[in-house]
Design a protein around this ligand. Structure first.
Ligand code: NAP
Length: 238
């Protein structure tokens, strides 16, 4: 499905990004891994997949440019990095807001701005942004995270319109997905919510990865500007 395609997956040292990287390699893609730091997890996955890796803070425009400049051409960009600060609105500091918006929104802008010129030159490319069901008003909560993920839904549509027909831009909006980070953070209240969704469980990262790579592949050649909800029915549960 991804033969002869080079795919940069931001935030692929662990979680959904790492699952997407493993699956992309299984589908024949040439994967470039990325993390914020030169971590043991990132190095170990790079070794396992025999893949190139880069590391930089996606919120730092200069670091992004420097990190991506040394890479060759990129056919598929998966903007997967995201952080979530779980505090009530009145306890969120301006730094919490800055960190969230700089990582979750400006991170997508910075990486995309650096990758898109090459895609336009080749008149071909696909981009997948990672929103969340929390980006929709009917499931909102965690204000800073929700606001950042809502921004990505509109940003995705705007980018899709601006870069059509050469570049397709889509997003996914995952629901609860079991990763090392989320498993540590989930309380009994969250587990109760998960059990009450129509499918009665959280997603495995591999199930999200399949949808990302579907959107990235030519199988989704007529889809652009869309945010696909992948939540086991959470948002229709009422
Ligand atoms: N898991 C869920 O339930 C869920 C639900 C909805 C949406 N999502 C979204 O799905 C995406 C992946 O989630 P996940 O749970 O798999 O994440 P995760 O396991 O917490 O992994 C986060 C990744 O992002 C990297 N990262 C974090 N901040 C960064 C920064 N400032 N610059 C560069 N890299 C940075 C981390 O790199 P290091 O290892 O170097 O720190 C790591 O590779 C996120 O956008 C998240 O919001 C997740």
């Amino acid at each position: 499905m991804l033969e002869n395609k080079t795919i940069l997956i931001t935030g692929s040292s662990r979680g959904i990004g790492a699952a997407t990287a493993r699956l992309a390699v299984a589908y024949g893609g040439n994967v470039i891994l990325h993390g914020k730091d030169d971590s043991a997890e990132l190095r170990s996955l790079a070794k396992e997949l025999d893949a190139e890796y880069v590391f930089f803070d996606v919120g730092n425009e200069a670091a992004v440019e420097k990190g991506i400049k040394k890479l060759g051409s990129i056919d598929i960009l998966v903007n997967n990095v995201g952080i979530s600060i779980s505090k009530p609105f009145l306890e969120l500091t301006n730094k919490d807001w800055d960190d969230t918006l700089s990582t979750n929104v400006m991170g997508v802008v910075n990486v995309s701005k650096t990758v898109i010129p090459g895609m336009l030159e080749r008149k071909s490319g696909t981009i997948i942004n990672t929103s969340s069901i929390k980006g929709y008003p009917h499931t909102a909560g965690r204000a800073a995270f929700a606001a950042s993920k809502a921004a990505l839904i509109t940003l995705t549509a705007s980018m899709a319109k601006e870069f059509a027909p050469n570049i397709r831009v889509n997003a996914i909006a995952p629901g609860f997905t079991e990763t090392a980070t989320t498993k540590d953070a989930w309380t009994e209240r969250i587990y109760k919510q998960i059990r009450s969704t129509p499918l009665g469980r959280a997603a495995k990262p591999e199930e999200i990865a399949e949808v990302i790579l579907f959107l990235a592949s030519d199988k989704a050649s007529f889809i652009t500007g869309e945010t696909l909800v992948v939540d086991g029915g959470y948002s229709i549960a009422g």
